[in-house]
Design a protein. Structure first.
Length: 532
């Protein structure tokens, strides 16, 4: 058994969040270590290697802002960089800031127990390596615990099973019969690539999503030279904005515009990518009537791209507001559905009854399959945290407590679990923002907090249960003022008694940042601070 390593801080995960957290902790002179399940850095961009994977927030925004030198030296090739380029960027970050020497790869954190007497976390891994750390920081990712559906007979399938978030590049799909499950952002990105390679692609769709043209293009030297001096100002504007984007909503209410003016405005925003259409008017995520105009516009655009009326009917979203489920970004998805070798099966009309050795049987037919690709998403926001057996004060289990509804004060800390931080946890803007911007804000707040505690001789910090409850109620009240609760989506978690809990904070990145700063300035109001 390896000797227990003693640390000031242990960080779980080496994606955007874990890398920057490690850098900040070391800068502050703390002994810190990252434990990462993957063989390399990158998190999302390490695991999601499916063909077609790319970001849908422009890369000049979806990247670190903390180092002007890093920003200056890295050149993004396209408006939305493909996965290999984002992975290369994060590998560059790790090399540039010499982070790898403090990352333990291919190791999964399995359990963590709070030791009240010693004021440290005792952390266990699947490699037998144990750590004690004064602070435990979960940079485990909001979208890193993949969902595998429990389909009847899946165990008897003799072909290859892939998940987009655990892609195996060695699998050759050329000339194979491929069955794809899921038409969220990942399924929509991978479909055209599968269609190009497969003999036959069958897309098993449950809920159709709205997808807008990505509007991707190479970035010219002229554009990059022009935007470089503007970046600090644009980044600051994004920090104060609702969603953390450079672009902000165009003024006006959709329902008050004339039909002609509205059609013109929506047309202009249609091809502006995922950060475009929803910003066409300021009320699209709040007002049902306004939203219905934009949704109808999007439906007609979608149907207009598909040759077969039956396929168009199946993939045209109905019954929920535009944007209340993640708006998807597409490059050739609807075109792919027009190909002779692609078919769409709506599993709500035609449920899967059995998977056999080499086929998918539904209530209406049999579809041969050599490869099943699951683009079936994630146990979002809480899945990777719940996978660790975390025991706080008096042995209380975080997983057990979150089964009654995930909760965290400011999305950053949980009552009963001292000296533990969650980066992009429930109740923070996280997945409903430019996530890199939100990660930077969390990392910087945590780093400042640890420095303040040290300066004040504080060794123990714990969120107060009242403050936590108030924050989650506030977060929920804001969500209820929007159209998000009108849809079933992964933005909602479920309690053990089936109640829905809206997970991200919708009060806006700027307002959220101000609140976190105010809490810190008010001697960490809402936290109990303890000294040895
Ligand atoms: P992650 O990148 O998920 O990293 C978490 C790491 O923790 C993983 O490497 C995982 O292996 C590790 N880990 C988890 N549990 C353990 C454990 N118990 N022990 C050891 N290691 C563990 N967001 C946007 O804002 N814009 C986009 O365009 C965008 N595109 C996306 C595309 C895809 C395909 C996906 C899946 C997500 C996308 N996201 C996007 C969200 C994306 O997850 C975040 O932007 C960001 O990359 C998250 O970084 P992170 O460091 O918080 O988590
Ligand atoms: P997702 O949005 O949760 O989509 C999962 C899909 O699988 C849904 O269509 C879901 O249907 C379907 N599904 C689940 N179980 C099924 C079953 N048993 N049978 C048939 N279909 C089933 O997951 P994702 O596409 O991986 O995306 C998750 C998030 O990651 C995105 O919302 C986004 O935030 C991020 N992401 C971003 C990009 C990008 O463009 N940059 C790309 C990929 C991912 P239901 O909807 O009916 O549940």
């Amino acid at each position: 058994m390896a000797e227990t390593v003693k640390l000031d801080a242990l960080v779980v995960g080496a994606g955007f969040a874990g890398l920057y957290m490690l850098h900040k902790l070391r800068e502050q002179g703390l002994s810190a270590q990252v434990v990462e399940a993957g063989k390399g850095v990158g998190g999302t961009w390490y695991w999601n290697r499916y063909p077609g994977a790319r970001c849908d927030i422009p890369s000049v925004e979806y990247s670190f802002s903390f180092s002007p030198e890093l920003e200056r030296d890295w050149r993004w090739s396209e408006r939305y960089a493909p996965q290999p380029e984002i992975l290369a960027y994060l590998e560059h970050v790790a090399d540039r800031f010499d982070l790898n020497r403090n990352i333990q790869f291919e190791t999964r954190v399995t359990a963590a127990q709070w030791d009240e007497a010693a004021t440290y976390w005792h952390v266990e891994t699947d490699r037998g390596q144990a750590y004690t750390a004064h602070y435990l920081i979960l940079a485990t990712g909001a979208l890193s615990a993949p969902n595998l559906p429990d389909l009847p007979g899946l165990d008897s399938f003799t072909g290859t099973v892939l998940h987009t978030a655990k892609w195996d590049e060695s699998v050759d799909l050329t000339g194979r019969n491929v069955a794809l499950f899921g038409t969220g952002s990942s399924g929509i990105q991978v479909t055209p690539e599968l269609a190009k390679r497969a003999a036959q692609l069958t897309v098993f769709q449950r809920t159709p999503n709205f997808a807008v043209p990505a509007g991707n293009h190479p970035l010219s030297d002229e554009y990059l030279a022009e935007i470089a001096p503007q970046l600090p100002g644009l980044r600051e504007q994004a920090r104060q904005s609702p969603l953390g984007f450079f672009a902000t909503p165009s003024p006006g209410l959709a329902k008050e515009a004339t039909a002609d003016a509205r059609a013109q405005r929506l047309e202009q925003h249609w091809a502006a990518g995922t950060t475009g259409l929803l910003l066409a008017y300021e009320d699209l995520l709040f007002d049902e009537e306004s939203n219905s105009h934009a949704a109808e516009f999007a439906r007609s655009k979608i149907a207009g791209q598909i040759n077969d009326p039956e396929t168009a009917r199946k993939v045209t979203p109905q019954g929920y507001p535009l944007g209340s489920r993640r708006l998807c970004s597409e490059i050739g998805f609807y075109d792919a559905l027009n190909r002779d070798n692609v078919a769409v099966v709506d599993v709500r009309e035609e449920p899967v009854t059995q998977i056999t050795g080499d086929a998918i049987q539904t209530s209406d037919g049999t579809y041969p399959a050599d490869v099943i690709v699951f683009a079936t998403g994630f146990d979002a926001v809480v899945g990777a945290i719940n996978a660790i057996d975390i025991r706080g004060e008096g042995g209380r289990s975080l997983r057990e407590e979150w089964a009654d509804g995930p909760r965290a004060y400011l999305g950053l800390a949980v009552a009963g679990f001292p000296n533990l931080f969650t980066i992009t946890g429930p109740g923070s803007p996280s997945v409903l923002s430019n996530v890199v911007l939100s990660i930077e804000q969390h990392v910087e707040w945590i780093a400042q907090c640890l420095s303040d505690l040290d300066a004040r001789g504080v060794t123990r910090l714990e969120a107060q249960a009242d403050a936590e409850q108030e924050w989650m109620e506030h977060s929920d009240a804001i969500a209820q003022q929007t159209l998000f609760p009108r849809a079933n989506s992964w933005y909602h978690g479920r309690t053990r008694d089936g109640r829905r809990v809206f997970l991200p904070y919708l009060g806006g990145c700027g307002a959220y940042r101000d609140k976190c700063n105010a809490v810190a300035a008010d001697n960490y109001a809402g936290f109990d601070l303890g000294r040895d």
